[in-house]
Design a protein around this ligand. Structure first.
Ligand code: NAP
Ligand code: GLV
Length: 313
């Protein structure tokens, strides 16, 4: 069995080493420009079009992330890049859910307990007690109730906060008020104090974080975007902060990454910026999951995590 690997800006040797240990029968190689030799499986992150084009022998492509927007965009730009009969399989959790839960919980509790405001008071050496936010109305809305969003929502509910979740198909999750489909979107948003975005970026979800969405939230609400930069209309966020409709935002993802040095977000103190690190792809967990799925496919068994290309995730 031949496996082709491609992941820019990483220690490829370490990945190949771990994959070889998990799949001793496999012949592994890192893809180099011009390599058109056959392969059975591809393990990739943001591959160039030339790597996948014409690879009819592939039995599956493994995406080294939860989000498949980049590889599906490649298919839209170069139709036929993804082999018709090879499933595209994404990472499912592989240690991302706990990281995402830590990140979002930290941000929500920081806003709930007014830590930024206390920090500002400390900077002025002022000892002042601020009115606590009433917990009962500190409603958190989580966009996306998939592998990551569900764990985030359930964890936030353990703090006694009212938590809502929004998905495409209807769900029942203990302790979460669930909403599904565009007809329930406004009810999901209505008066929420924090909006967390964990949707995949698809043709249906781009620009979902916009002025209309922000206007439905409570005045002085907070935004936490940990999904994709293309979900956010950047000018609408700056306007909402300027008007006071939003009080702050925590952003891990951006339309352009790295965020350009002259981007206005860097100069807005109410925006907290991290460099796309809320849930990293972990090598050990990812190699383990991919190896188990390759073994299952070799035995002719079904695997989970297959992307439905028409719906975009
Ligand atoms: P997932 O398991 O596929 O869950 C996606 C959720 O979004 C599902 O609940 C789905 O609804 C819902 N959804 C999709 N399209 C929708 C629509 N049009 N309207 C309403 N709901 C919709 O994905 P995941 O593993 O949780 O990951 C979510 C996203 O997080 C990824 O796509 C990626 O972009 C992002 N991410 C970011 C980082 C980072 O470091 N910043 C790391 C990992 C992932 P159904 O349940 O009804 O299908
Ligand atoms: C990271 O952004 C991922 O999609 O896994």
């Amino acid at each position: 069995m031949k496996i082709l690997f491609y992941m820019p800006h990483t220690d490829a040797a370490a990945w190949l080493h771990d994959l070889a240990r998990a799949l001793p029968e496999a012949h592994l190689r890192e893809w180099q420009q011009g390599d058109t030799e056959p392969a059975d499986f591809a393990v990739v992150w943001r591959p160039p079009h030339e790597m996948l084009a014409g690879r009819d022998t592939l039995r599956a492509i493994f995406n080294l992330g939860a989000g498949v927007d980049a590889i599906l965009a490649l298919e839209r730009e170069h139709p036929g890049t993804l082999p018709r009969n090879a499933p595209l399989i994404r990472l499912e959790d592989t240690g991302m859910a706990v990281q995402m839960t830590e990140y979002v919980t930290h941000a929500v509790l920081r806003y709930l307990r007014r830590f930024d405001e206390y920090q500002a008071l400390q900077n002025e050496r002022r000892w002042q007690v601020l009115e606590p936010h009433p917990r009962a109305s500190f409603t958190v809305g989580v966009l996306g109730l998939g592998v990551l969003g569900t764990q985030v929502a359930q964890t936030l509910a353990t703090f006694g906060l009212p938590v809502r979740g929004y998905s495409r198909s209807a769900k029942q999750i203990d302790g979460i008020a669930t909403f599904a489909g565009s007809e329930q979107f406004d009810a999901f948003l209505d008066g929420a104090k924090v909006l967390v975005n964990l949707l995949p970026h698809t043709p249906d979800t781009g620009n979902v974080l916009n002025a209309r969405t922000f206007a439905k939230l409570a005045r002085g609400a907070y935004l936490i975007n940990v999904a994709r930069g293309a979900h956010l209309v950047e000018a609408d966020l700056l306007d909402a902060l300027a008007s006071g409709q939003l009080a702050g935002a925590t952003l891990d993802v951006f339309r352009e990454e790295p965020l350009p040095a002259d981007h206005p977000f860097w100069r807005e103190p109410r925006i907290t910026i991290t460099p796309h690190v809320s849930a990293l792809t972990l090598r050990e967990e990812s190699v383990g999951q991919i190896a188990r799925k390759i073994e299952a496919l070799m035995r002719g068994e079904p695997v989970s995590g297959i992307v439905e290309q028409e719906r975009g995730y």
